[in-house]
Design a protein around this ligand. Structure first.
Ligand SMILES: [Zn+2]
Length: 366
């Protein structure tokens, strides 16, 4: 592509193989439309899979290559015996090429957002969030548990693009259809508990490396008439997900409560930006337990919110900055799972369960 002009038409057989063999075998899904193929050609950070279409980009790649190598070409044509290129000019050309590609990709993404069916186009903004494509672009270190097996990878692709998931029961244990949305929101289906508890145990195992007194599901001290902010949970036996001493400051107890939200839930549809969606859930957590943690436990309450798309909220980023991950010898591949512990998630509100049912019904109607 970069060395031969006007080669696009000759690359069609390669594109046919990519479209009809490579993508179906790799993702477990056949390409149903040109729009879907274009979506997969976008960079991962723009919601795609970075599987290029050589026919579409051949001419652009050739022109870019001519520009990038202009100085070298002139050297060869003039038979210079020493290499004396203008580095600043070379950098400027590379920047211009990057900018041009970025604009082309952004334009394609916006076009696809308009043209793709809503069930898929609505997924694109969430696939574009920072962290949502890490599983596609990160190295699959087995040591860290970053490895998906063949079926797991195909399932993850299905969830990313709201595609049918292979080899699952048509009906959920609750009796409803096992649609893409329902799987991610039904408490009886098992995934809601599983993802929450795995995150809780993973975060606890990281905190154990750098904090003291790490406790999973710590019971809060009882309230005995303290004046706490309206909305605070006052129940005896109330538990948060993790407590750890010494994260923010020496001897101080930091309490963490984890929520995994699903962007497809009805109550999450009204936020102007994903950032506001995460912030709302973080504040909700802290409103329920924050004052009790501060006034009675003399600690801090930290709502950690994650998304089913693999994104973490604002507080999660703050927490990650406090942890010297690079200096830790982490082995998260075998983190204790919910099945091992045998306990239940208790952080999801009934409100979320209700909205989940609504979403499921909406999807069924489409
Ligand atoms: Zn269900």
């Amino acid at each position: 592509m970069r060395t031969t002009p006007d080669i696009a038409v000759n690359l069609q057989p390669i594109e046919d193989m990519i479209r009809n063999l490579l993508i179906p075998n790799m993702t477990g899904h056949t390409i149903r439309s040109d729009l879907q193929r274009s979506l997969f050609s976008l960079p991962a950070k723009l919601g795609g899979l970075a599987i290029i279409n050589p026919v579409e980009i051949a001419d652009t790649e050739y022109k870019n290559s001519l520009m990038a190598n202009q100085q070298l070409t002139e050297h060869i044509l003039k038979q210079h015996t020493t290499l004396n290129t203008n580095r600043e000019a070379g950098k400027a050309v590379k920047s211009a090429i990057s900018l041009s590609n970025a604009k082309r990709h952004e334009s394609l993404k916006n076009q696809l957002m308009n043209d793709l069916p809503p069930l898929i186009s609505e997924k694109i903004p969430h696939a574009c969030e920072k962290g949502a494509s890490s599983w596609l672009t990160g190295l699959p270190y087995e040591k860290y548990g970053f490895v998906l097996n063949k079926q797991g990878f195909k399932d993850a692709i299905a969830l990313r693009y709201a595609l049918p998931i292979a080899n699952i029961a048509k009906k959920c244990i609750c009796g409803k259809d096992n649609t893409y949305n329902h799987i991610l929101i039904c408490k009886k289906g098992g995934f809601v508990n599983s993802r929450h508890n795995r995150l809780r145990d993973t975060i606890a195992s990281i905190l154990e490396k750098i904090c003291n007194e790490v406790v999973v599901e710590p019971t809060l001290q009882p309230c005995t008439g303290e004046s706490l902010r309206p909305g605070t949970i006052l129940d005896d036996g109330a538990r948060l997900d993790i407590a750890a001493r010494g994260l923010w400051s020496p001897m101080e107890m930091a309490f963490f409560d984890i929520r995994v939200l699903h962007p497809g839930a009805k109550s999450n549809a009204n936020h102007n930006t994903p950032a506001k969606m995460y912030m709302k859930h973080e504040r909700e957590k802290e409103r329920k337990y924050g004052d009790r943690c501060v006034q009675i436990e003399k600690g801090t309450c930290n709502g950690l919110v994650f998304s089913t798309t693999g994104v973490r909220g604002h507080r999660g980023r703050y927490y990650e900055k406090a942890i010297p991950v690079d200096e830790l010898d982490l082995n998260l591949a075998h983190t204790t799972s919910d099945e091992d512990r045998g306990d239940d998630v208790d952080d999801e509100d009934e409100e979320v369960g209700d909205e989940v049912e609504n979403v499921e019904e909406e999807v069924s109607e489409e």
